[in-house]
Write a protein that binds this ligand. Structure first.
Ligand code: NAD
Ligand code: UD1
Length: 338
């Protein structure tokens, strides 16, 4: 089975390509490298010992996509390509809607014209907004997003749902990721944020490596066990393996399926600091700052549905997530740059 992986040079995409190849699938990568290094493909090939056909192309470029489909004839698409910086999306809404929504519409059109109607889509727990209840099951109503990035996920879920409703030949899996961290055990691929990281773990690893002086903890007055925000962190390799398992829901007649990919366990910001210090022996100085706009107190999944229907369950705990994030950062202090 041949899988076209859009955004396959990115953080989650690169780890998923490794696990697809390990599981015996043929993976083809399309990425415009807007947020990825050209070095990633060679590093993934070094991990798996297999070649990866790579196309530097934009999913908004219909002609390029048509050529790729003609040449590769993929059976399914795992669709990671998109812009994902929450703060940036507030200032650049048009760019986010155009890239993420328009790009996906072009991709879907080229897929159906080539008779490829199987897609796994990268969604996010952000579609639950401030969740109506925790642990969040897939039945939890979608909420109100606080930024254009979140709305692109919300809208694309709806578009894919409507498409599948109208044409039963489509098989669609919506995967709602919680907070992916960690990196491949080799320490050769990992998350490579541009500029100052927005997300917690890359910020912590950059403090640990000496690039940033201290962590800013956004608020300690939430209604949580220590006042800091609680999230469901998941090892990126577990997340990647979730995609491999989800491929079985692209079998004919599978229809539309939605899964949370999380561990079902919530950790606060200070829990993460403590676990990181224990796992790595690195001290993380921090200050308490005001809450960050748009943040919620608590967000963690019920991971039951994916376990029951996909036979998937996260294997790695918080210790490995911290160790592996640190291995990647310490081996590559400047990410993919020398
Ligand atoms: P990433 O930025 O590392 O990967 C996205 C990749 O898509 C990048 O390599 C980028 O170059 C590529 N890309 C962007 N626009 C493109 C376009 N128009 N054409 C071709 N390639 C394009 O991000 P990631 O963390 O690996 O996230 C992958 C997907 O998962 C994204 O859709 C993201 O929104 C979603 N997601 C991520 C998280 C997270 O915390 N990382 C959480 C929930 C959902
Ligand atoms: C954020 C996005 C979400 C996206 C997810 C993964 C927002 C509002 N939400 O989720 O849409 O899907 O990233 O990319 O941005 N924190 C600090 N200091 C920091 C960074 C974070 O205290 O320097 C805290 C946050 O307040 C939060 C927790 O750490 O409580 C996790 O933050 P982060 O890693 O940014 O993820 P989310 O906010 O959960």
């Amino acid at each position: 089975m041949k899988i076209l992986v859009t955004g396959g040079a990115g953080f989650i995409g690169s780890h998923t390509v490794v696990e697809l190849q390990n599981a015996g699938y043929d993976a083809v990568v399309v990425d415009n490298l807007v947020n990825a290094s050209p070095k990633v493909i060679a590093r993934v090939e070094a991990i798996t010992g297999k070649k990866i056909p790579f196309y530097e192309a934009d999913i908004r470029d219909r002609e390029a996509l048509e050529k790729i489909f003609e040449q590769e004839k993929p059976d399914a698409v795992i669709h990671f390509a998109g812009l994902k910086a929450v703060g940036e999306s507030v200032g650049l809404p048009w760019e986010y809607y155009e890239n993420n929504v328009s790009g996906t519409l072009t991709l879907l059109d080229v897929m159906r014209k080539n008779g490829c109607k199987n897609i796994i889509f990268s969604s996010s727990a952000t579609v639950y907004g401030d969740p109506a209840f925790v642990p969040i099951t897939e039945e939890c109503p979608k909420g109100t997003c606080t930024n254009p990035y979140g709305w692109t996920k919300w809208m694309l879920e709806q578009i894919l749902t409507d498409l599948q409703f109208a044409d039963k030949e489509w098989n669609v899996v919506l995967l709602r990721y919680f907070n992916p961290i960690g990196a491949h055990k080799s320490g050769t691929i990992g998350e490579n944020p541009n500029g100052v990281p927005n997300n917690l773990m890359p910020y912590i690893t950059q403090v640990a490596v000496g690039k940033l002086p201290q962590l800013h903890v956004y608020g300690d007055d939430y209604d949580t066990h220590d006042g800091t925000g609680v999230r469901d962190y998941i090892h990126v390799v577990d997340l990647a393996l979730g995609h491999v398992k989800a491929l079985k829901k692209l079998e004919p007649g599978s229809g539309l399926n939605i899964y949370n990919l999380g561990t079902g366990v919530g950790y606060s910001v200070l829990d993460i600091v403590k676990n990181f210090e224990e796992a790595t022996g690195k001290k993380i100085p921090y200050v308490i700052d005001p809450r960050r706009a748009g943040d919620i107190a608590t967000c963690y999944s019920s991971a039951k549905k994916a376990q029951e229907e996909l036979g998937w369950e996260a294997q790695y705990g918080i210790k490995e997530m911290c160790e592996d994030s640190w291995r990647w950062q310490s081996m590559n202090p400047n990410g993919y740059d020398e």
